[in-house]
Design a protein around this ligand. Sequence first.
Ligand code: GN1
Ligand code: MG
Length: 363
Amino acid sequence: MEQKDLKEIVSQFDIQGTVAEIKPLGDGLINDTYKVVTAESDKPDYVLQHINNAIFQNVEMLMDNILAVTTHIRQKLEAKGETDIDRKVLTFVPLKGENKYFYQRPDGSYWRIMLFIPDAVTKSAVTPESSFEVGETFGNFQAMLADIPVQLGETIPDFHNMEFRLQQLRDAIKEDKAGRVAEVKDLIAEIEKRADEMCKGERLYREGKLPKRICHCDTKVDNMMFDKDGNVLCVIDLDTVMPNFVFSDFGDFLRSAANTGKEDDKDLDNVNFNMEIFKSFAKGYLKSARVFLTPVEIENLPYAAKLFPYMQAVRFLADYINGDTYYKTAYPEHNLVRTKAQFKLLLSAEAQEEEMKAFIASC
Ligand code: GN1
Ligand code: MG
């Protein structure tokens, strides 16, 4: 999009300073993100985001959720006497003269702006040392949100519902829109073999044995900000914060953090599930989350570590079969490459399941 259009969008919001430049930022698979640089050195910079409303269809609910969450966390941090709070929770900017946090352009697109957090970085990998702290941060994040006074909506209904994701894959296979089913028969068979086992969360929920709590639901490593010394500042990308099983945050974080390769690694030998990361993350998470977790939740953390590579493989494969309509792709087989990498990660996690169980039991 052209600078002049981006500037027109930014001008709707109640920001400080004069816009000098707007440039692309990050590499999320869903929304488009830009950095808004202001000319004055004493004014903050901002992050401008185009909200993908094909995926987030209820933008009003989305922004209500996010505002409720960031306001609640801010209050908790203030009550704890934390300093530097603007770097520890996202701050959204309202429209000029309005108590509204998104702008809809005449072309129908939705936009929002938040403060840019200075001197912070995102990473694509963590060390065993840092994953202890990250685990603790997610436990705290869930603990802080445990008493949020409003009911959050499901911004994407059934987002991490494994039964629903399998149904989407089965529907995609039936329609075979892009004519790609034949080439992925073996992968489909491997996925179906594990389908019952992987839907355990939904069964436990129906039996009343597993609660839903407020979770982040997109806890990959690059959705966290760190300061220059590597300390965790905050969790970003709050679009999917909603009620879910705690498995979401635990498992989805490990899906990226414990992967020794890339999410879309073409060389499957690079992709393995790193037990050192699992152990230190689990230790940190249990340190802050044990106070509210039930025995069923704790005992199923190894299941969560397998569930997310599996679920992501199912989602990438469904998108591949549908002809790549959901995730941004860089080349035609991208979603297939991603599927295979996630499936390899699952195999590696499966091979280490007994060790995971023993470790959790010993914690
Ligand atoms: C998407 O927006 P981004 O890139 O952080 C996706 C996640 C997937 C992830 C895979 C709303 O996250 O669920 O796990 O890609 N978000 C949505 O990298 O579908
Ligand atoms: Mg992201």
